[in-house]
Design a protein. Structure first.
Length: 253
């Protein structure tokens, strides 16, 4: 198959006891976009066109991925007609109802208002072994452990047709909140209760309009997006004025 690489990024994961590097990304052909997961370093770069043989498809957390392992071969080719990375990464937002009907996708874009947070949000503690969230000091795999502090936000975004959950990690949460993990930890003496921090995070994000792009999956709880980008989608005052102007001038009932 021939694909154009839209984006690729290196990530380290735990596989059992082992730490491995995986190259995650998005690729596209004439028919659409698919998530890529390469377990071998093919030195992939955004914008390249590839001829791939020996890859396979698998579903991971509700998203279909093209997996490349050491049995796959990748060859750089010239082949016109495949979509540009900018086209793949800048598709306009779609309605949340349509996203849910479509079953999600590797690069979905939505826009809506923040209407709430789901627990756990704010200051959380993770297992040092597996990064799972702890219940108190308990990891369901590793038992009682000393947790590592982290920030996250499970943001409920609503666009009037439906709602999705945005699973924001530490860096996105810090950026949206304007508060860093170090800032929180520095004030833990005064505010030891995580529910205080969850409340402050909610105050900071509630009612904001966001545009979010990322991998969207659908399950019994609805649509969840693992965000790659979260941007403030402030109301465009100029176009709002243009829309309103005809209704404000001259015409009287
Ligand atoms: Zn654990």
């Amino acid at each position: 198959m021939y694909v154009r690489v839209a984006r690729v990024a290196e990530r380290t994961v735990s596989v059992g006891e082992e730490r491995r590097v995986v190259y995650d990304g998005l690729v596209a052909d004439e028919t659409g976009v698919i998530a890529l997961s390469a377990w071998t370093d093919f030195n992939l770069r955004s914008g390249e066109t590839l001829e791939i043989t020996g890859g396979y498809l698998r579903a991971f957390r509700g998203i279909t991925q093209l997996v490349l392992d050491e049995r796959a071969t990748v060859r750089r080719v010239e082949r016109p007609g495949l979509p540009e990375p900018s086209t793949i990464l800048n598709s306009p937002p779609i309605s949340m109802a349509r996203l849910e009907e479509s079953g999600g996708g590797p690069s979905a874009s939505v826009e809506g208002l923040v209407v709430g947070l789901l627990p756990p949000s704010g200051l959380v503690y993770r297992c040092p072994e597996c990064r799972r969230g702890l219940q108190g000091e308990h990891c369901r795999i590793h038992g009682t452990v000393k947790g590592i502090a982290d920030l996250r936000a499970r943001i409920v975004l609503d666009d009037g047709t439906g709602a999705v959950t945005i699973n924001a990690g530490r860096s996105e949460t810090e950026r949206l909140w304007g508060v860093t993990l170090d800032g929180v930890l520095g004030q833990l003496g005064a505010k030891p209760d995580p529910s205080i921090w969850e409340g402050e995070l909610l105050d900071a994000v509630l009612g904001r309009r966001l545009r979010v792009r990322g991998a969207a999956s659908v399950d019994d709880f609805g649509v969840t997006i693992q965000p790659e980008t979260i941007d403030a989608a402030d109301i465009d005052l100029e176009s709002a004025a243009e829309r309103l102007a005809p209704r404000l001038g001259g015409e009287r009932p």
